[in-house]
Design a protein around this ligand. Structure first.
Ligand code: AMP
Ligand code: GLY
Length: 427
């Protein structure tokens, strides 16, 4: 491997870049667009092209002729970047647009689950407000409303009364709260239970599951406040610490999903994300994502013992059954440091200070930037905030409690104006 292009610029991509750096030590790494933390990785260059600028990425990829393009975020998958790379004869890791539809259309993914008898919440899909309203009026709260399209992990509203649900429906369908993403809305029953993330590598036919994890999606402690992209994570998930090959989740969810995609001509290669709800009446699917989760990725990837490049190659070549993927038998934990206003629109550009961190914790950058001129708050060449989820502090340890103590002992060494984090990750 001489040259790798990685698409994305968040915490997930910082963790992927670290792993690629470790397992392909000689390769030159280009990250589109990357962030200030990724730019500090040796022999790594950030390229200022947006992850959604498919033509810009294609021009850069044709110029560079890389050995591999790793497509990490949801948007470029939905926009068909992997298909374009394949057409240009460039080796790419990630699902095609058709396979990735399990994430970019919740309407598709719910119908897919129904077609293949994969357990999930009862639902209806609507493009007409009046029909949606009538459906909601037949439901018992809580009621879950979802924008069908991509909405940065924020397109789900849980309403505790029919009245609130109708107000939210109006926001979504008539006032386009999530833009075009909410012109189609999925309305579903609320599932009571514990959420678990299960990720798997897939080569089309074979799959290899990764350690389970649990993301904390709500903005504030004790699962209060609005949904976010994820405020912290730990592994293994307490509700589903291990999954044997004959576990229900494999037989009723993972295998039927991979096989269903093959049957529908949407052969899936890459990382697939199963958002699960462990309920009293079995485990059901909340959602699929067509990629690593964020912050699940930065939580569990450091546990990987097998060479990451070998796994990526096996997924692309359809030889995943030939390798035995090994993980550290340890716990991992990640806490997100966010801007004050997140998940609402945030102010950016606040200088970040980072003290001397314990050698066993890793600082991951999600939305950071190095200024190239003086700004309202910062000097030239200063590290500043550049979005909602700004940094992560992660570690691996023997137990979740030890990992928790270590991260929370260190986290206040990383700060900026308005920095905020949940204090109960893994508790
Ligand atoms: P999604 O984008 O589909 O993962 O939804 C975001 C979050 O909303 C999930 O992680 C859950 O916390 C919650 N959620 C979504 N659907 C349901 C459901 N049917 N029942 C309970 N909670 C849900
Ligand atoms: N952490 C959830 C996601 O990446 O969608």
């Amino acid at each position: 491997m001489n040259k790798i292009i990685l698409i994305g610029g968040g915490g997930r991509e910082h963790a992927i870049a670290n792993q690629l750096r470790k397992d392909a030590p000689k390769a030159k790494l280009y990250v589109i667009p990357g962030n200030a933390g990724i730019a500090m990785i040796p022999n790594t260059e950030c390229v200022p092209i947006a992850a959604t600028d498919i033509n810009g990425i294609m021009n850069f990829a044709r110029e560079q002729a890389p050995d591999l393009v790793f497509v990490a975020p949801d948007d470029p998958i939905a926009l068909g970047l992997v298909d374009r790379l394949h057409d240009a004869g460039i080796r790419a890791f990630g699902p095609t647009q058709a396979a990735g539809e399990v994430e970019w259309s919740k309407a598709f993914s719910k119908d897919f689950m129904q077609r293949h008898n994969i357990p999930t919440a009862k639902y209806g899909t609507f493009i007409d407000f009046e029909l949606a309203k009538r459906y909601v009026e037949t439901m018992t709260p809580p009621i879950v409303l979802k924008a069908s399209g991509l909405a940065l992990g924020k397109g789900v509203i849980i309403s505790y009364s029919v009245c609130d649900a109708i107000v939210s429906l109006k926001e979504m369908m008539l006032n386009k709260k999530f833009g075009d993403a909410s012109s189609t809305v999925v309305i579903e029953e609320f599932m009571e239970g514990t959420e678990v993330t299960l990720l798997a590598f897939v080569d089309g036919e074979n799959f290899a599951i990764m350690p389970t994890s649990q993301d904390h999606k709500r903005a504030f402690d004790n699962d209060q406040g609005p949904n976010t992209g994820g405020m912290g994570c730990f592994s293994p998930a307490k509700a589903l610490p291990t999954i044997s090959p004959d576990h229900d989740v494999i037989k009723t969810i993972v295998e039927p999903t991979i096989q269903g995609l093959i049957k529908e001509g949407r052969v899936y290669k890459g990382v697939i994300y199963f958002g699960l709800m462990v309920t009293e009446r079995g485990t059901k699917v909340v959602e699929y994502n067509a990629r690593f989760g964020d912050p699940e990725c930065q939580t569990i990837l450091p546990l990987l013992k097998t060479n990451f490049i070998d796994i990526i190659d096996a997924c692309i070549d359809g030889t995943l059954d030939k390798i035995d993927i090994k993980w550290e038998d340890k716990a991992a934990l990640c806490v997100v440091i966010a801007s004050k206003e997140y998940p609402e629109a945030v102010r950016k550009g606040y200088p970040i200070t980072i003290g001397d961190l314990h050698k066993d914790v890793t600082l991951i950058h999600c939305a950071t930037l190095r200024t190239d001129e003086c700004t309202e708050f910062a000097n030239d060449n200063e590290l500043v905030t550049n979005g909602g989820r700004v940094l992560n502090v992660t570690t691996i340890s023997d137990t979740i409690e030890k990992a928790r103590n270590l991260v929370y002992n260190e986290i206040d060494k990383v700060t900026f104006e308005g920095a905020r984090y949940r204090t109960d990750i893994g508790a």
